[in-house]
Ligand binder design. Structure first.
Ligand SMILES: Cc1cc2nc3c(=O)[nH]c(=O)nc-3n(C[C@H](O)[C@H](O)[C@H](O)COP(=O)(O)OP(=O)(O)OC[C@H]3O[C@@H](n4cnc5c(N)ncnc54)[C@H](O)[C@@H]3O)c2cc1C
Length: 392
């Protein structure tokens, strides 16, 4: 088998890339370790930046997004129960974010795959990459039948998340890794209840961070900061709702509609970047190259902007005979990645309770939030990062 671009992983990065390449007539194949049900079923991101929304429109895949997505022109911060609003739309010349679950995005990308000639191999196990430092890489995999297959290609793109095979295929001597582990996690639930507020609330409370988010007008997504070694079984729904309401403060807490959760999980928080994002004919995109804590909702959006940059580079290579985009991919993508890493690290640092925080640190957080509340330039800085920096 032969193709132009072999893509490993059918998450947001892999599927956006496959659609962008198919649109421009570049042949590609996507190799995914799991089946469609598994990938589509993962409850993850829910806030799309303008760049991601624009790309879905550009691909003609935004019908359901336009119908069901909740466009948010602002967001709320809360300090010890006192709420204040940031008018993102007014502060960023009309830019917004859209609440639309990652599961819905994946559904739209998978549904359109066949008719657009996007080839996906499900349950591709034991994927290996060979020859990425030469001119003709080969990717091999085993299917459920046990049979082994291979595809020869011009380029390999690792869109296989944090634990995939692609980043590990790059020699350690050419890669540098940067990491920050946060000393807490997020305990999150999904419940079929109306959200407490039309827009998100990021709450800093002396008991810890809380986030009031949603997936639709009838489905809420709530998170509270928890210890890293917290056990899910210790968190009954009742205990979760009580703690959430405390952290959102008496006014908001009293308005929270409670109900049984149908998903509950704990996610660790981490910032991670691997540089460079290219080694010869092997490229990394999305979580394969970087991770951000979910504060600020950047992970999936970064995956999408990486592959938007990369798709442009491949189009230049195949249609204009120029490798300038390919050669610039890593530095161009990393420039955007580091800004998002900074924003999510900063937003985490002003909203969460750290175990070693003393009175001084707490006063610094309060002063920073008070400053944002009273300063339009500070709000503008937050807003332009939150809605997503433009693709440069
Ligand atoms: C609780 C939570 C909340 C989040 N909230 C947000 C949010 O609000 N906004 C936001 O932007 N981001 C959010 N994120 C982050 C976002 O979900 C990820 O950044 C995004 O999924 C990254 O996409 P990706 O395609 O790079 O990687 P992934 O989604 O991890 O996809 C990688 C794919 O590769 C496959 N794979 C792995 N290894 C192999 C292999 N060896 N061979 C073949 N296939 C392989 C995997 O099965 C997977 O399907 C959240 C994440 C979590 C966990």
């Amino acid at each position: 088998m032969r193709t132009q671009v072999a893509i490993i992983g059918a998450g947001p990065a892999g599927m956006f890339l496959a659609h962008l390449l198919a649109r421009d007539g570049i042949d590609a194949i996507v190799l995914e370790r799991h089946d469609r049900e598994y990938v589509e079923g993962r409850v993850r991101a829910g806030v799309l930046e303008q760049v991601t929304v624009d790309l879905l429109h550009g691909l003609g895949l935004a019908d359901r997004l336009d119908e069901q997505g909740l466009v948010h022109g602002g967001t709320n911060l809360s300090l010890d129960g006192e709420l204040f609003h940031i008018d993102m739309e007014g502060l960023t010349d009309g830019r917004t974010v859209t609440v639309y679950g990652q599961q819905e995005v994946m559904h739209d990308l998978f549904e359109a795959a066949d008719e657009r000639g996007v080839r996906i191999v499900w349950n591709a196990r034991e994927v290996t990459i060979e020859g990425a430092d030469g001119t003709a890489p080969t990717v091999r995999w085993r299917e459920q039948t046990g049979d082994q297959y291979e595809v020869r290609c011009d380029f390999v793109v690792g869109c296989d998340g944090q634990h995939g095979v692609s980043r590990k295929s790059i020699p350690a001597s050419v890669q540098r890794e940067f990491e920050r582990i946060y000393p807490f996690g997020w305990l999150g639930i999904l419940a079929e209840v109306p959200p407490v507020e039309d827009e998100l609330i990021y709450a800093n409370h002396e008991r810890g961070f809380a986030l009031a988010s949603m997936r639709s007008p009838t489905r809420s997504r709530y998170y509270i900061q928890c210890d890293i070694d917290e056990k899910l079984e210790d968190w009954s729904d009742e205990r979760f709702w009580d703690e959430l309401c405390l952290r959102l403060g008496p006014e908001v807490g009293a308005r929270v509609v409670r109900g049984p959760s149908f998903e509950k999980s704990i996610a660790p928080l981490r910032s991670f970047v691997a540089e460079p994002m290219r080694w010869n004919r092997l490229f990394l995109a999305g979580d394969a190259a970087h991770i951000v804590p979910p504060t600020g909702a950047k992970g999936m959006n970064l995956a999408v902007s990486d592959v938007a940059i990369l798709a442009e580079a491949f189009v230049e290579h195949y249609t204009e005979n120029s490798d300038a985009g390919i050669d610039n991919y890593s530095s161009r993508a990393l420039a955007r990645v580091w800004k998002a890493v900074r924003f999510s690290w900063w937003f985490t640092s002003i909203t969460h309770r750290y175990p070693d925080m003393d009175g001084f640190d707490r006063r610094m957080q309060m002063a920073e939030l008070e400053y944002i509340r009273g300063s339009l330039p500070a709000q503008r800085t937050l807003a332009e990062n939150y809605v997503g920096l433009p693709l440069e």
